[in-house]
Design a protein around this ligand. Structure first.
Ligand code: SF4
Length: 353
C-alpha cells in the first residue's frame, strides 16, 4: 500500500509521524501550490468550494507520484463536505487513476483495518500518541507566534523562527527531539526584541475550518495582519471530540455554539454556528473579527448574514476566497479594516459592526 492524503496547513506533520510509526509507506503530495490549485480548478465542478478544489489537486499530485490508496475524510456533514469523497473519487476514476479510497463512510473498522496495515495494536497506539504530541506542539507554537508577531521589533523574525521550529517538529524522531526543539526555539522566540507601545490590536480570525487553517487557502492572512491574532480553531479540533484520544476539556467550539444560540440555535453545517458564536463570545475582549468564507459555502453564508444582527457589537470583516481571489485585494481590505479600528480606538471614527 502507498498511502496519500490531502494537505490542510501543517496537519501532514502529525499524520506523517503516525503513519511512519506504523510502518506505512506514505506518499506526500507537494505542499499546496498554484499548480495544485490549477489542477483542482481544471477538474472540479465550477461551483465546488475552494477546499474541494485544493484537496482534489493534492490527490491528483499524490496519484501521479505513485500513491495507490488515498484517504479522504467525509461522512455525514450537512454541507458539501459530506459528499466530497464520492465526487472526488468519481472524478479521479474518470481521469484514469486506479486506487482505493479510504473514507469513514465505509465504516470506522474498515478504515482502521486499512490504515493499520497489519501493525500490532501497541505499535499503532505508540505512533498515534507521538503524532498527537506533534499536533499539540504545532498548535502551541502557532498560539505563541500569534502573540509575538504583533510585538516583534524586526518584522518577519517570529515567522522565520516559526518555520524553523515547524521543520524541527517534523524532523523530530522521538519525544526527546521534540522537547529539545521546543526548548531551543522557545528561547529564540522569547529573546526577540519587542516594542511595548502602541498596544497591538487583538483581532479574531474565524470561519470555515479549512480556509482558517490552511495558509495557502487564506493567502497567509495571519502573517500579513501584523496584529495579535486570536483564533479558536486549531488542527487539534479534528481529534478533540474524543476524550480518550485528546483531553482538552470543554472545547472553545462548545462555548461558541452556546453563545450563538440566541441567534442561531441549530447546526447549519461546517463551522457556521461557531462563526456567529465567536462574535458574540468575544465582543468585549477582541477589537475586531475577520471571517473567512470559501465562495459558495452555505454554512458561512448563513453566519455572515446573521452576524450583523447580534446585539453584541464587534467590527467584522468578511473575506471570501476562491481561485479568483487576489492577494492585493485581500491586503487592501485588511489595511482599511485595521486602519478603521485603530482610528476608532483613538476615538476619531465610528465603525459599523
Ligand atoms: S464548510 Fe463550506 S467550504 Fe467547507 S466543505 Fe462545507 S460548504 Fe465547502
Amino acid at each position: 500500500m502507498r498511502l496519500a492524503f490531502p494537505h490542510m496547513g501543517n496537519i501532514y506533520i502529525p499524520i506523517k509521524a503516525i503513519f511512519n510509526g506504523s510502518s506505512i509507506d506514505v506518499v506526500f503530495p507537494p505542499l499546496t501550490s498554484q499548480h495544485t490549485l490549477s489542477l483542482g480548478v481544471k477538474y472540479s465542478p465550477e461551483m465546488a468550494c475552494l477546499p474541494f478544489k485544493l484537496t482534489l489537486g493534492n490527490l491528483i499530485e499524490a496519484l501521479e507520484l505513485g500513491a495507490d490508496t488515498v484517504v479522504m475524510p467525509g461522512g455525514a456533514a450537512p454541507c458539501r463536505f459530506g459528499y466530497y469523497h464520492k465526487v472526488q473519487e468519481a472524478i479521479l476514476r474518470k481521469l484514469g487513476y486506479n486506487f482505493y479510497m479510504i473514507t469513514q463512510d465505509r465504516g470506522i473498522m474498515n478504515m482502521v483495518k486499512h490504515l493499520s496495515n497489519g501493525a500490532s495494536l501497541w505499535k499503532v497506539i505508540t505512533a498515534l500518541r507521538f503524532g498527537l504530541a506533534k499536533l499539540k506542539a504545532l498548535d502551541e507554537l502557532e498560539q505563541l507566534v500569534h502573540k509575538i508577531r504583533a510585538i516583534e521589533r524586526d518584522k518577519g523574525e517570529a515567522s522565520r523562527i516559526y518555520r524553523e521550529w515547524t521543520r524541527a517538529i517534523d524532523n523530530a524522531a522521538d519525544y526527546q527531539a521534540l522537547n529539545q526543539a521546543k526548548r531551543e526555539h522557545l528561547q529564540k522566540l522569547m529573546n526577540l526584541p519587542t516594542v511595548s507601545s502602541p498596544a497591538p490590536l487583538k483581532i479574531g480570525v474565524t470561519g470555515e475550518f479549512f480556509v482558517v487553517l490552511d495558509p495557502f487557502a487564506n493567502m497567509d492572512l495571519e502573517i500579513k495582519l501584523g496584529v495579535e491574532v486570536r483564533r479558536s480553531i486549531f488542527a487539534r479540533d479534528l481529534v478533540s471530540f474524543n476524550p480518550f484520544i485528546y483531553a482538552f476539556g470543554l472545547r472553545e467550539k462548545d462555548r461558541s455554539h452556546k453563545a450563538a444560540t440566541p441567534y442561531l440555535s441549530r447546526h447549519v453545517g461546517g463551522d457556521g454556528r461557531q462563526s456567529v458564536g465567536e462574535k458574540v463570545l468575544h465582543a468585549r475582549d477582541w477589537d475586531g473579527l475577520i471571517h473567512l468564507e470559501p465562495f459558495g459555502c452555505l454554512p458561512e453564508i448563513t453566519a455572515r448574514n446573521i452576524m450583523p444582527s447580534t446585539k453584541e457589537w464587534l467590527p467584522v470583516l468578511n473575506l471570501i476566497y476562491d481561485e479568483h481571489t487576489g492577494k492585493v485585494g485581500i491586503i487592501n481590505r485588511l489595511e482599511a479594516f485595521l486602519d478603521m479600528i485603530q482610528r476608532k480606538k483613538r476615538g476619531r471614527v465610528a465603525v459599523c459592526a
